[in-house]
Structure formats: C-alpha cells, structure tokens
Ligand binder design. Structure first.
Ligand SMILES: Nc1ncnc2c1ncn2[C@@H]1O[C@H](COP(=O)(O)OP(=O)(O)OP(=O)(O)O)[C@@H](O)[C@H]1O
Ligand SMILES: [Mg+2]
Length: 276
C-alpha cells in the first residue's frame, strides 16, 4: 500500500509468498471478516486494508511482543485518536492510543503534510503509523528526564502504549484543592523539558494534562512537539504558556505574568551555555 491504494492480487501473492490458491483463499477469508476492501473496477482485482484490519495487525504484534495481553475500556476519544486502557501479563495497566487521523476532516492537512512530505499518493494508515512513531520517540526523549510525562512502553504501526494515570483531564475539574501547586508543576515541567530536551509541546492546555485526585499530573499528547530552535519556537512556546496561564486565571484566579515565565525558560539555558 506504500505505492498504491489498492494492491493487486499478484503483488499480494508475491509479498505473502503463498501460492495463488492459498492467497485467494486467505483474501476471501479476511474479506469476509471486513478487514480488507476489494476493488474489482480494474482489470486485475486489488485489495486494501481498512482501519480495523490495521488495528488487528498492530494489536496482534503488541500481544506477540508481550507488551499487552488484554484490552480494557475506552479512556478517551480525541480528535485524532482513541485511547483505551490495557494490561500486560503482570497486570500493569497502561494507556493504549490508536491514531485515527483522517477519520474526521482534512482541516489539519498541514500537520499530515509535515509527517509525509509531498507524496502524491499516501494512505491514512501510513500517516497514522508515522504519527505513532513520532509520539513514541518524543515520549522516549522526555522520559529520560524523569518527569511527569507518560513512560513509553511500546509501539507498533499506529498504536502507542504508554504509562497511564488514573485521573481526568485538567478541564474536567471544577475545583482543585491547591491550584497554584498544579500550575507551578505544569510550568516547571514545561521549562525542564524546554531546557533539557529542547522540546516545546505545541498544544499544551487543559485538555492535554491529566490530573489525578492527589495532584499527580501527566502531560500527554506529544505528537505536535517542535524543537526549541524551530523558526516559530518563540510564538508556539508563548501560546503554550498563555494557554496554561489564562486557564488558571479564569478558572482558579491564579495571577501570573506570561513574559516573566517565558524569560525563565531562556535564562537558565543561557547560564548553561556560559558554563559548558
Ligand atoms: N497516558 C494517559 N493516561 C490517562 N489518560 C490518557 C492518557 N493518554 C490519553 N488519555 C486520555 O485520552 C484522551 C485523548 O488523548 P490524547 O490527547 O493523547 O489524544 P488526541 O487524539 O491527540 O486528542 P486531541 O487531538 O483531541 O487533543 C485524553 O484527553 C485523556 O483523557
Ligand atoms: Mg489531546
């Protein structure tokens, strides 16, 4: 499917290394399960995977690799993903994020173009696979810093498995015992990530921070991160910080100064350069 939407039967036979009879038998079987789509409008019949077929391939691989063994309930539905809870053999609970870009609209086409470049043909399955890889790698970079971002557990195709925090999005809470504590925690984490991993979240806000009942936080959803030397770094960092400051101001009456906060992001960094 890298080269064309539908793959011709002869190519499927070639890549699967089955005899033609076996290829046809198996294709018929998976088609019956609605995991692939058939196109018979051309001289040679072709097939393409649908998203459920792709889900099963990825889940199958994750099970084979002993990363997960059971799937739990849906935790959240984002614009671009479905997030389920899942468990491994030792009953550790994780969050399992399935990328679903292309499901809703083409509004964010720029984001997809960043992932795939200017190819003429592309499949949404491929875009979602690149997205999962990008988020997994971001989580890996940040995890090294020992902060409250999800520990990456594994990924395959369009699925990322990561640490789960039993909580709700920040936006869900009408009351928080110590909002200043949570606010400072978020800003501190963003600063440490900026200074040590050179990364900016790019979509920081009340929907991408999970908070539990005792004040633990988890900054999630790292797909759109940008490096701190990106040409738009300053404005994107400002937007991230403004989102957090405005939210805490409106909802919890926490006063803060965006400019002063942003200054602290660059201050320490400069010192580091001087000493090393
Ligand atoms: N590691 C996690 N622990 C707990 N809950 C999580 C975790 N990851 C995701 N969730 C839940 O799933 C929801 C969707 O996750 P996420 O924000 O990563 O997806 P998304 O599709 O990018 O969302 P959107 O584009 O709408 O911001 C979150 O808002 C949160 O409720
Ligand atoms: Mg989100």
């Amino acid at each position: 499917m890298k080269r064309s939407e539908f793959v011709k039967i002869n190519d499927i036979k070639f890549y699967s290394r089955y005899k033609m009879e076996e290829t046809l038998y198996r294709l018929k079987k998976v088609h019956k399960f609605d995991l692939i789509i058939r196109d018979s409008s051309k001289s040679e019949v072709g097939y393409t995977l649908n998203s459920i077929g792709y889900d099963l391939l990825a889940l199958h691989t994750l099970v084979e690799k002993n990363i997960v063994s059971q799937l739990g309930p849906l935790l959240g539905k984002g614009k671009e993903s479905d997030v389920y809870s899942c468990m491994d053999d030792d009953e550790n609970i994780y969050a399992l994020k399935l990328y679903r870009m292309g499901r809703t609209s083409f509004k964010n086409i720029k984001k997809y173009r960043d992932l795939i470049g200017e190819r003429a043909h592309f499949s949404w399955l491929y875009v979602n696979r690149l997205a999962a890889k990008r988020e997994y790698e971001a989580l890996k970079n940040i995890y090294a810093l020992n902060l409250n971002t999800p520990k990456p557990i594994g990924y395959n195709r369009h699925i990322v498995v990561m640490e789960y925090l039993r909580g709700k999005e920040l936006s869900y809470y009408k009351h928080i015992d110590d909002p200043l504590y949570i606010f400072n925690k978020i800003i501190d984490q963003a600063r440490i990530i900026f200074q040590n991993a050179n990364m900016i979240h790019g979509d920081l806000g009340e929907f991408n921070i999970v908070v539990d009942e005792v004040g633990n936080i988890l900054i999630i959803d790292w797909l759109q991160w940008i490096p701190s030397d990106h040409p738009n770094a300053q404005s994107i960092l400002r937007r991230d910080i403004e989102n957090v400051c405005n939210y805490f101001q409106k909802k919890f009456n926490i006063e803060s100064n965006v400019n002063e906060i942003i200054e602290t992001f660059y201050q320490k960094k400069k010192k580091r350069f001087l000493f090393f």
